[in-house]
Design a protein around this ligand. Structure first.
Ligand code: DO4
Ligand code: MG
Length: 283
């Protein structure tokens, strides 16, 4: 089941079920007004299916929004070998930290974004004005409810300033968390098991003036740690009254001579979910 938030032609925000590539069913007639509330409900499948006869809207007539409402957004790091290698290369003095965290029992997990810093489909993601080396990080995003149960997955972009991150590990929050530094969408897929999700691929294409300037893809199965392991550490000693999102790390990193520019377009595709498209601006 693909759940989304959208704005209809009258400007009202609704929760919907994407039923095929071009249509979405407005779930407000089933009393569903928030994604968060639906993810709390054990009977969500039946509630959504109660609208299966409803007349769908064309996706082209609505504006998809990020599915993030009040959830905290966190991110795991150095969960793919590719990420470990890239980080060790960018950081002369701290390479050892990345090497060690890849194999350590405790994963790297950091706070990524407040909901107001998260953008949705087709909204601009930001590159920092004080950074010279910026990349998108395409990441499978785990969605948990307030019971810390995995209730869905989405697509995330952990926008990162590699020069700031590489200059000093203590600058990580500045490299990772600023206006428009995270995109999540276009929907939340519920009901898929970890085994199924691990069969999916994740890829990114970056285009500049309509020309592709970077393409890369990997398998979700290359994530070193299990989803339950990541969620276990995320949920230790903290509660999430509205649920949370956890980006699971990147396995696709452009070569070191690549940096994003304003007006580039970033398209991240996860085979079982869809595509998240965002233009780039300087913030
Ligand atoms: O430690 C730096 C960040 C790692 C990260 O964001 C990733 O591996 O995706
Ligand atoms: Mg990342």
């Amino acid at each position: 089941m693909k759940l989304c938030r959208f704005q209809n032609a009258s400007g009202e925000v609704r929760v919907g079920q994407i039923v095929d590539e071009s249509s979405v069913v407005d779930l407000s007639a089933a009393g569903i007004t928030s994604v968060t509330e639906l993810l709390e409900d054990e009977n969500r499948v039946a509630r959504v299916e109660s609208q299966s006869e409803a007349q769908p809207l064309q996706l082209s007539e609505v504006t998809l929004l990020t599915p993030v409402e009040q959830q905290e957004v966190w991110a795991a790091g150095v969960t793919y070998l590719r990420s470990k290698k890239a980080r060790m290369e960018e950081s002369d003095f701290y390479a050892n930290a990345y090497d060690q965290v890849y194999d350590a029992p405790r994963p790297e997990i950091f706070f990524k974004a407040l909901p107001e810093k998260v953008v949705g489909p087709n909204e601009p993601v930001g590159i920092r004005a004080d950074s010279k080396w910026n990349v998108p990080e395409p990441e499978l995003t785990l969605v948990v409810n307030s019971a810390k149960e995995l209730v869905g997955v989405s697509i995330g972009n952990d926008m990162s300033s590699r020069d700031i991150e590489g200059a000093n590990l203590l600058y990580l929050p500045q490299a990772k968390l600023y206006d428009k530094s995270c995109a999540i969408g276009p929907c939340i897929v519920t009901g898929a098991s970890e085994e199924e999700i691990r069969q999916w691929t994740i890829g990114v294409e970056i285009s500049r003036q309509e020309e592709a300037v970077f393409n890369g893809e990997t398998s979700i199965d290359n994530i070193k740690r299990s989803f339950s392991e990541l969620l276990d550490y995320l949920g230790r000693s903290q509660s999430f009254p509205h649920g949370a999102m956890l980006l699971t790390g990147t396995g696709v990193v452009p070569d070191d001579d690549f940096t994003l520019e304003a007006n580039d377009k970033v398209s991240i595709t996860i085979s079982g979910i869809g595509t998240l498209n965002n233009p780039v601006i300087t913030v």
